[in-house]
Design a protein around this ligand. Structure first.
Ligand code: GTB
Length: 216
């Protein structure tokens, strides 16, 4: 049975690969697992059939036989556990890769995501400039630490892992902000992730959805 994931029928990012199905697509491409995509509208995401799988009415979801999963981090972890290539073999190295997965989602993503939301939803508020500065201060604090840790290594902890996959998807959201470029080794790290053939296949697949949506 083929794995099925869900993604936006019409992603608000118009194919920039910023929605969280991108990380699931990328993980599946890295391990060479074929998948189908079920495109859902905002309305369908809030209906009982989808809520039965994703209690918060969001994408992505993942179904494989009798397993239905939600939360992109849990999905990527499941894919990494089931296949070779996204988690190292050694017990300690594996635990550290998991730590980087959590760091991406719990420590680095929140201020970056909040900044994106603020630029969309809070732009007209009188306190917008102050809020943006505060969020960007936190982002810079996180990136400075991450940059120091990465140094001149290619990946966060030895070979490419699910931790890198999630971290790159998180940092990509800073494209266009100018902030990533303040940390040249992080900008190069993101470019390295985006240059991976599996990343490119995943990006093209979600771009094709956006192109079809804008044509239709
Ligand atoms: N913690 C969950 C996970 O990691 O799976 C979060 C899932 C989530 O935020 N899903 C979003 C969603 O379904 C899509 S990715 N939102 C609809 C809703 O909540 O009703 C977030 C997202 C949305 C839009 C853009 N964009 O346009 O750039 C980028 C990212």
């Amino acid at each position: 049975m083929t794995i099925t994931i869900t993604a936006f029928e019409r992603s608000p990012d118009r194919g920039r690969g910023l929605a969280r199905d991108m990380r699931v697509r990328w993980a599946l491409e890295e391990v060479g697992e074929p998948y189908d995509v079920c495109l859902v509208s905002f309305k369908e995401m809030k209906e009982p059939a989808h809520l039965a799988i994703q209690p918060f009415g969001q994408i992505p979801t993942y179904e494989d036989g009798d397993l239905a999963l939600f939360e992109s981090g849990a999905i990527v972890f499941h894919i990494a556990e089931e296949h070779q290539g996204l988690l190292p073999d050694g017990r300690n190295a594996r635990a550290r890769a998991l730590a980087w997965m959590f760091a991406a989602l719990n420590t680095v993503e929140p201020p970056i995501f909040d900044r994106s939301l603020a630029t969309i939803l809070e732009r007209d508020q009188p306190w917008y400039a102050h809020r943006l500065r505060a969020l960007e201060d936190v982002i810079r604090m996180r990136l400075a630490s991450l940059s120091k840790h990465l140094g001149d290594a290619d990946w966060l902890d030895g070979p490419f892992s699910a931790g890198d996959l999630l971290m790159v998807t998180v940092l990509r959201r800073l494209h266009g902000s100018g902030i990533l470029e303040e940390y040249p080794n992080l900008a190069a790290y993101v470019a390295r992730g985006e240059a991976r053939p599996a990343y490119k296949r995943a990006f093209e697949a979600q771009l094709a959805v956006a192109a079809a949506a804008s044509a239709g």
